[in-house]
Design a protein around this ligand. Structure first.
Ligand code: ASP
Length: 338
């Protein structure tokens, strides 16, 4: 594996990895250059430069920050062989998915990582995660947007934070790991760089007016009317494989009709983490799906659906195009039913 002399750009954005204790709690204070100084062994396989574009707790991440990160990569794309973004873990799965849509078909690896513990602690996962990420970004067989954490390489559209405290915070949902990293070895489970055909494509627009409605028994359908009024797209996180409560339990049927007729986008998904939606299974989902031609997430993660809709609606509001793009597989995000 050729890992010699790779030029890597490390882009720091804050998060726990770069945090120090303060009187008001942990907050990002460690600079990008300091972060790199904690992984001197990276010098054996890459020359890394560091740039600081943000220094925030990722709870504060916004779509404009995703555009900034993507723009930073685009501006430096020709000077570097790979990119590593250091980021807070709380919204890292959203950023990984957003970057998967903003930067498509990249033959160069773009890695996003972070840590559950700050890098300046003696006992921390930060040094391993950063070193693994630099190693993966320096690997000639790596490509596209991936999240590297706790020795796992997860496709940027498939990651989900499932643990708030443990080092194995992230899972790959409805999809295998792209690779695992053991010490200085990368073991690829999906070794498909030869399928990357063209130059990287960068996008520059996102529509942030995407809302999420998580159903609970007893919910008032008026919430959906409110969302439809204020947003361009609404995602309904329903139960199981998917359905809409019957009329007598809150008139979601009429609210959905109003939303769809107004030309806004509605996507159904599930609250269950694994195995995805399929509204055609039960009468409670099948009828309404047919009546309004509803879109559904199938095996996509919520993070992927949210950011994919922002990317799609940043380009078009045409319902046919929205449908076509939602079901188009991008960075391994959807396998079913296409
Ligand atoms: N609150 C932190 C953040 O997301 C948590 C972390 O980085 O692990 O920025």
């Amino acid at each position: 594996m050729n890992q010699e002399n790779k030029r890597i750009l490390m882009i720091a954005t804050g998060g726990t990895i770069a945090s120090k204790r303060s009187e008001t709690g942990l907050k990002p204070l460690i600079t990008s250059d300091e972060l790199l100084s904690y992984v001197p062994d990276a010098r054996h396989f890459c020359q890394a430069d560091a740039i600081q574009v943000l220094n925030i707790d990722s709870t504060n991440i916004q779509p404009e920050h995703w555009l900034l990160i993507a723009r930073t990569i685009e501006d430096h794309y020709n000077q570097y062989d790979g990119f590593v973004i250091c980021h807070g873990t709380d919204t890292m799965a959203y950023t990984a998915a957003a970057l998967s849509y903003l930067i498509q078909n990249s033959p160069k690896p773009i890695v996003i990582t972070g840590a559950q513990k700050p890098i300046d602690l003696e006992i921390t996962d930060a040094k391993t995660n950063l070193l693994d990420s630099l190693r993966f970004a320096s690997c000639s067989r790596a490509h596209g947007v991936n999240l590297v954490f706790d020795g796992k390489v997860i496709a940027g559209t498939r990651a989900k934070k499932e643990r708030t405290k443990s080092y194995n915070a992230f899972s790959s949902i409805n999809f295998p790991y792209v690779a695992v990293i053991h010490d200085d070895h990368i073991i690829f489970y999906l070794d498909d760089k030869d399928h990357v055909t063209g130059p990287a494509v960068f996008y520059h627009h996102l529509d942030s007016k995407v809302a999420l409605l998580k159903l609970i028994p007893s919910m008032d359908a008026g919430v959906l009317d409110y969302m439809a009024e204020h947003y361009d797209a609404v995602i309904i996180e329903s139960f199981g494989v998917g359905g809409i409560p019957a009329r007598e339990t809150g008139d979601f049927h009429s609210a959905i009709e109003r939303l769809v007729r107004s030309g806004k986008t509605l996507v159904m998904t599930t609250q269950v983490t694994n195995e995805g939606s399929n509204m055609s299974v039960y009468e409670i989902g099948k009828n309404i799906k047919q009546e309004f031609g509803l879109l559904e997430a199938y095996d996509m993660t919520l993070e992927a659906v949210v950011t994919k809709l922002m990317w799609i609606l940043g380009q078009t509001q045409d319902p046919q195009m929205v449908r076509e793009l939602l079901y188009r597989t991008i960075n391994r995000d959807i396998l079913y039913p296409v």
